[in-house]
Design a protein around this ligand. Structure first.
Ligand code: 13P
Length: 251
């Protein structure tokens, strides 16, 4: 049985006191036990978030990391540094990293390797832009992102991977993929993995949908058979909305 996961990507929001407040509110919410709940605060809050949540069932993930183990990479953070503050999950390849920080599939392949070597779970993000969809090449784009970023890994390492399909045109825009569009792509992703690796691996990997998920649309999207949860941006900054999204899935 693959895991149901709802992860909140805070992006570059919440200083330490805002994070303390949001985490305290989140801990007061009744969250479904059927769902693995994850929050992704900025680097400066990771240690605090880990300490604050360690008695809870909420996990903490980083939003990014560098591919090298250490060295002269000013401003960067390594996998072992994440582990040293209790973090064992990392988001890789978010579309904002790809668009604003030049992250390519080749670079992401290196980051995936570094995460696996450090025994982290990687939430690997990918998704097409609006123009790709308009031109009807969204399946090809997604297949290339998967194959160049991820398909070099050893089959035994797939337990370290969670996938997050985030169509760029749906991120922060209020425009959500329809549940049918999400299902169609998630099914395609699973088939692509089955062909490249095996049916067992394809059936066991959790595939999250991200892009304007809100309490009002979560249940319908999560109701699709190949959608195993969500990566939530804006709505994860409000504890009540985030809890409603988690519980839309688990109940
Ligand atoms: P929104 O939910 O704000 O559209 O963001 C989605 C996202 O990018 C999550 O990583």
């Amino acid at each position: 049985m693959r895991r149901k996961i709802v992860a909140g990507n805070w992006k570059m929001n919440c200083d330490l006191s805002e994070a303390e407040h949001l985490l305290a509110e989140l801990k007061r919410e009744n969250l479904s036990k059927e769902v693995s709940v994850i929050v992704a605060p900025p680097f400066t809050n990771l240690h605090h978030a880990f300490e604050s949540l360690k008695e809870s069932e909420i996990f903490v993930t980083a939003q990014n990391m560098h591919q090298a183990t250490s060295g002269a990479y000013t401003g960067e953070v390594s996998a072992s540094m994440l582990r040293s503050v209790g973090i064992n999950i990392v988001i890789l390849g978010h579309s904002e990293r790809r668009a604003y920080f030049g992250e390519t599939n080749a670079l992401l392949a290196e980051k995936v390797d570094a995460a696996i070597t450090a025994n982290l779970t990687a939430i690997f993000c990918f998704g097409e832009e609006l123009e790709d969809r308009k031109q009807g090449r969204h399946f090809d784009v997604v297949k290339t992102q998967l194959s160049e970023g991820l398909f070099h890994i050893d089959p035994s390492k797939w337990s370290h991977i969670v996938l997050a399909y985030e169509p760029v045109w749906a991120i922060g825009t209020g425009e959500t993929a329809t549940p049918e569009q999400a299902q169609e792509m998630h099914q395609f992703i699973r088939e692509t993995i089955a062909t490249a690796f095996s049916k067992t691996i394809a059936n066991e990997v959790s595939i999250l949908y991200g892009g304007s998920v809100k309490p009002a649309n979560a249940a319908e999207i999560f109701g699709k058979p190949d959608v195993d949860g969500g990566l939530i941006g804006g709505a994860s900054l409000n504890a009540k909305d985030f809890a409603a999204i988690v519980n839309a899935f688990g109940n």
